[in-house]
Design a protein around this ligand. Structure first.
Ligand code: BGC
Ligand code: BGC
Length: 849
């Protein structure tokens, strides 16, 4: 590997003449974790790997989707559609990449708002009216009478995955992992209904949930989107959530009275990928597909699920989007699914032989609607041509369109009225908030309670500490207002309450009091400290980790707990996370420990359970119990009943109750992963290259590097001065990582910088890849020349542009290279991937010497 990278650096024209040294070889774990892209190669035609046998599966059937009246109506509509309109019904575009006007030329059947896509002409934090206006604008064009076109309304989908979670003011429920801990299927139906009412009120037709993944390895960044590692629990929830979202899909009965279409996702085995790698490969046998990963679908389909979303992932090396045996043989034929199968975000582009703009193989395999956020134009043209020349059989096209129309009809979209749209009093209504608060109470899992420290007397003086205590965004986690759930402030939750606010109210009511400080310092000695901390928000891709150690190599929250403990103050930990984590030291340093998951916007539910009455008797019980196994070691993954040597610290079903006496022995604190950090997206921050990345300058001596103070913080930046005596390059290097999914997700490379000396010659920005990406450099001279020297600036470059310029995103060995032949001075404050592409540029390709 050492020589490979050196070769890449030298081979890249940027490094012409640069005898770059290889990076230190300490990246073994990092390297091993890189997702293999072998599936791209596909499986040999002779192989039966990834070929399912429907006869081995239980049979089931959609109930309520097909009825005489609906089918008659759908058949008539189908017969009237020109070919272009039919093809359009099978394509879904993202509102960030399409305008209502475009529908006149490209009559796509559906639009979505991806996690990072704000309503038209607004931003992520826009209130519901902006969403309604967006939905109406697209709908209006889809319904316009035009010659040669039959109006069919677009269907508007969104990730309403824990409440109507993209819309400001909505009730935000605990993420599914917390709901799993409630073990309360009946509650799912009520949550589904609230989510549907708030979504329908906002102009939305379709929720991309529930996630029916059965995550077997919580290193997966989407583990929290799953209810449980236990298929039986997932199955017991699936039908209830579908019925809550959709209502009763009985024959002859239309929805759309405060209901939305559901999407059971991601079919199949998204939670079974090796090492919990997002979009990875589930290399398991067919039996395990049935007994573990399909269980939720066996309940969702008979409950009338109108749509199913195909998974990005592979089974036995074959991408689900191209697997006819699973999409058609199993899902549609054996499981009798009569709704439509929607793809995932450009997921069809990962099928061998396909691109994001052209993929007959997915349609022929059984996909009915492409999620084609940005390449809908190309896809429309290609699909139309393929239907015309027979590469897509007309019968397959008609079947897919019929399914889409059937769902639109069942949903009530073909009716003129939309009785719920605009009923904004539904958003965050007191009744809805009460359901969420109940869910929070039931989701809390008590792991330790030495000496019966909890419940707290309501008359106590309590120190509340921890950065998450007064941060509703952190309590909500990913898929909240923004895709990764980052960038939210309490003001973005007008109908929410922080955990701190809830504690204040409960203690004030009982004559107690609260002192709040993030770092645990206090003016008055408290009776007890409640420290609220845990994982910061994340979603797909960015949430993947390689081991379960909490705050590896840092342990900042542990330091707060220990300080309080050293003072003799009893400590309660409220731990927010999207998965069980290795927190032995934090458990040792706490007298009571509560796993609170990502509870959402009703922080008051935490105080309901933690704070008792004035005598210290409980007001609400602890009733939650684990739906995932809790690890005894940082390396203990995958961990679920059935793995050889299964020996968790706490099993599924564990959760202490009030009045129960249990002591937790002191736990070993030595990490078995040595604080190793896995990081594919943060390269330079807080004055340091972030492990495992490091700076490399070539040739030696041609660039002078210094730590500099910035923004009032000592040594927060690094300055680099090119002497100009010879061509030279600065790179941030490491072992190759796969950034292709990040490029697909439209992430940007973001630099915070200041120009110290204007460039005397062109400056090239690039990424290096293995074995080499010749010519893959962009010309950033205009950007740097326009920047006022001495002023902090931001540069965002779309990863897609680097990919188009020739960077092999599946093997990036240097995510940032800056090269120039003359004098140049720049100070970097940060270099990282970012999800917010606002203001991103696509510089033109550099003329490489
Ligand atoms: C979108 C998300 C999507 C992701 C796919 C993002 O840019 O906003 O909705 O899930 O890409 O990886
Ligand atoms: C995710 C889906 C999501 C879709 C739309 C994808 O990247 O995997 O779960 O529904 O984007 O945002």
């Amino acid at each position: 590997m050492r020589s490979m990278l050196a070769a890449a650096l030298v081979a890249a024209p940027l490094f012409a003449g640069a005898g770059a040294a290889a990076p230190a070889g300490q990246h073994a774990g990092h390297h091993a974790a890189t997702a293999p892209s072998s599936s791209r190669a596909g499986t040999p035609a002779t192989s039966s790997r990834g070929e399912a046998h429907p006869a081995n599966w239980p049979a089931t059937h959609s109930i309520g989707l097909v009825d005489v009246a609906t089918e008659r109506r759908v058949a008539a509509l189908l017969a009237s559609l020109p070919l272009e309109d039919k093809v359009g019904q099978l394509i879904q575009a993202d509102i960030a990449s399409i305008r209502p006007d475009d529908l006149r030329r490209y009559p796509v059947g559906s639009i979505l708002a991806g996690g990072s896509s704000p309503p038209l002409d607004s931003d992520d934090r826009s209130p519901a009216p902006a969403w309604i206006a967006t939905a109406r604008a697209f709908r209006a064009v889809s319904l316009e009478p035009r010659p040669g076109h039959v109006p069919v309304p677009v269907m508007f989908g969104i990730d309403a995955v824990h409440g109507n979670s993209n819309v400001v003011g909505a009730t935000i429920f605990p993420h599914n992992i917390g709901l799993g801990a409630t073990h309360d299927p009946a509650l799912m139906r009520r949550i589904g209904q609230v989510t549907a009412e708030e979504s329908a009120a906002s102009g939305i037709d379709w929720a991309f949930g529930p996630t029916l993944a059965v995550p077997q390895d919580v290193r997966w960044g989407r583990a929290y989107e799953g209810y449980s590692e236990d298929p039986a629990l997932v199955r017991s929830y699936a039908g209830e959530m579908i019925r809550g979202l959709q209502g009763d899909v009985a024959a002859g009965h239309l929805l759309q009275k405060g209901r939305v279409a559901a999407s059971a996702k991601h079919f199949l085995a998204d939670g079974g990928t090796r090492a919990g790698i997002d979009q990875g490969d589930a290399d398991i046998d067919e039996q395990e597909l049935v007994t573990t990963h399909a269980q939720g679908y066996l309940a969702a389909i008979p409950a009338g699920a109108l749509t199913v979303m195909a998974s990005f992932s592979s089974w036995q090396g074959r991408k689900l989007h191209g697997n006819a045996s699973l999409l058609t043989g199993v899902l549609k034929e054996r499981l009798g699914f009569e709704g439509f199968v929607v793809g995932d975000w450009n997921g069809h582009g990962q099928v061998p032989g396909c691109t994001t703009g052209d993929c007959p193989a997915a349609l022929n395999a059984g996909l009915d609607m492409f999620m084609a956020p940005d390449h809908w134009r190309e896809l429309f043209d290609a699909t139309l041509a393929e239907v015309r020349d027979g590469r897509i059989p007309m019968a397959r096209l008609d079947d897919a369109v019929r399914r889409v129309l059937r769902v639109k009809a069942k949903l009530g979209l073909l009716e003129p009225e939309r009785p719920w749209e605009g009923r904004l009093d539904a958003l965050g209504s007191p009744a809805h908030r009460a359901v969420a608060r109940q869910a929070v109470r039931e989701s809390l899992v008590l792991l330790k309670n030495e000496g019966g420290l909890l419940p707290l007397r309501s008359g106590a003086h309590v120190l509340v500490a921890g950065a998450a205590a007064d941060d509703i965004g952190r309590a909500c986690g990913g898929w909240t207002l923004s895709w990764q759930g980052t960038g939210n402030s309490n003001a973005d939750f007008p109908n929410g309450e922080s955990i701190l606010a809830g504690l204040r109210t409960a203690l004030a009511a009982g004559g107690g009091s609260v002192e709040y400080s993030v770092d645990g310092t206090h003016a008055r000695r408290p009776d007890v400290a409640v420290v609220v901390y845990g994982e910061t928000p994340y979603a797909e891709l960015q949430g993947d980790i390689r081991h379960l150690e909490y705050q590896p190599g840092e342990h900042a929250d542990l330091a707060v707990l220990r300080r309080l403990k050293a003072e003799g103050i009893p400590v309660v930990s409220v731990f927010l996370s999207g998965r069980p984590m290795w927190v032995n030291a934090e458990l040792n340093a706490s007298d009571a420990f509560v796993a609170a998951w990502f509870p959402g916007s009703e922080g008051g539910g935490v105080a309901d359970v933690l704070v008792g009455d004035p005598q210290g008797a409980p007001r609400h019980p602890f009733s939650g119990s684990l739906s995932f196994s809790w690890p005894r070691a940082a390396s203990q993954a995958p961990l679920h009943a059935g793995v050889p040597g299964y020996d968790p610290l706490f099993r599924v079903g564990f959760g202490l109750r009030y009045g129960q006496h249990a002591t937790l022995a002191t736990l070993p604190e030595a990490s078995d992963v040595g604080g190793a950090v896995w990081n594919v997206d943060r390269y330079f921050q807080r004055g340091r290259a972030q492990a495992p990345w490091e700076f490399r300058m070539a040739p030696e001596g041609a660039i002078a590097m210094h730590a500099v103070d910035a923004g009032g913080v000592q040594e927060a930046g690094r300055s680099f001065a090119w002497s100009g005596t010879q061509p030279a390059s600065l790179a941030i290097v490491g072992a190759p990582v796969d950034l292709s999914r990040q490029a697909n997700a439209q992430l940007v490379l973001r630099l915070e910088y200041r120009i110290d000396q204007r460039p005397a010659a062109p400056v090239r920005l690039a990424m290096a890849c293995t074995p080499a990406c010749a010519g893959a450099a962009l010309d950033v001279t205009p950007e740097f020349a326009a920047a006022t020297p001495g002023e902090w600036q931001e540069l965002k470059v779309k990863l897609g542009c680097l990919a188009d310029a020739g960077v092999d995103m599946s093997a990036v060995s240097a995510p940032l290279v800056l090269a120039t032949d003359g004098t140049f001075g720049i100070t970097l404050l940060s270099a990282a991937l970012a999800t917010d592409g606002t203001g991103a540029t696509c510089p033109r390709r550099a003329a490489v010497p």
